[in-house]
Write a protein that binds this ligand. Sequence first.
Ligand code: HEC
Ligand SMILES: [Cu+2]
Length: 356
Amino acid sequence: MTQGVTQISGQVYELHMLIFYICCAIALIVFGAMFYSIFKHRKSKGAVAAHFHESTKVEIIWTVIPIIILIAMAIPATKTLVAMEDTTQSDLTVKITGSQWKWHYSYFGEEVEFFSLLATSQKQIDGIEAKGAHYLLEVDNPLVLPINRKIRFLMTSDDVIHSWWVPDFAVKKDTIPGFINEAWTRIDKPGVYRGQCAELCGRAHGFMPIVVHAMEEDDYDAWLADQKVQLALAKEQAAQALGSVLTLEALMLEGEQIYVERCAVCHQANGEGIPGAFPAIKGSAVATGDLDAHISTIVNGVAGTAMQSFSNQLTEQEIAAVITYQRNGFENNTGDVVQAADINAFKMQSQGKEAQ
Ligand code: HEC
Ligand SMILES: [Cu+2]
């Protein structure tokens, strides 16, 4: 067990060791007495068993002593648990949303939010490339947090139950769809801390790691300000992209990259899917049929299945590129070219329908 880098993780560690030592002491006394008796009063030495019954004195002793021990363990345990649950007076709040298989972080009141995905390459996973130092424990966008500030986490899920676990903080909470769990931390030391989803949440459950960059307060503030600028810029670029018309080649190139990063975990890099779980894109009726149905699959997702809505995860341009890639790659060869404007038009149209 790690001592971690927060006061609470230290307390949890101490508590664990305290209970462990109590268990050791009890084991030593009980087994010691047992083995001593077995050896000392063995039959071959002519020992004769006592024949007494029902000693009230002994029964009271062996009831009272364990009760005292249990109370002695419950007091520090309860103190630590109560401290872990106390999310009041936090300095900032981060909402954590799990989904298959990524984390979404949203900084309350700051308009900064992003997805965090596994960054280990498929080649390392397949054993084609040598595995890196942080194999399956690295992400594209780590969660950035300040040290010395109380951070409240609100945790939920978009699909199945996940669990956000960073051992160094002693924070481990289930994220449950339609339900919000709370946790908190105050990090003492700057550094990079790694964790994982700790709930069996489907096929790529082992592929949703957590990376936290804990920074000095000033560095964090600068990072947050920079993120706001970056996100505003990205929004502006996405809006501009709505007006641009790309060639099939350009869309295919971008689309392939997005497909590998965001879709291949389920539909597989070769587009053949996994029979029974994830449909093939190669020769798919959707990817070779009606364009609106294809766009709808990615923009709205398919309710009740692992096919989630990518409407907020990808820009219109990115959705257009990945759809173009699916309609022309994998020998689908429809010749269809989809532009960002088409995706935007589709979104507008479905919003209009909803408004009616
Ligand atoms: C977490 C797993 C998962 C991920 C990631 C995923 N999909 Fe899917 N996708 C599914 C499942 C499951 C279905 C089947 C839904 C149904 O039952 O209709 C599906 C269906 C589809 C279909 C319809 C195929 C057919 O023939 O029925 C298309 C097209 C599609 N996905 C595109 C994408 C694209 C593009 C991406 C990446 C941006 C993506 N998917 C990412 C799980 C996933
Ligand atoms: Cu998970």
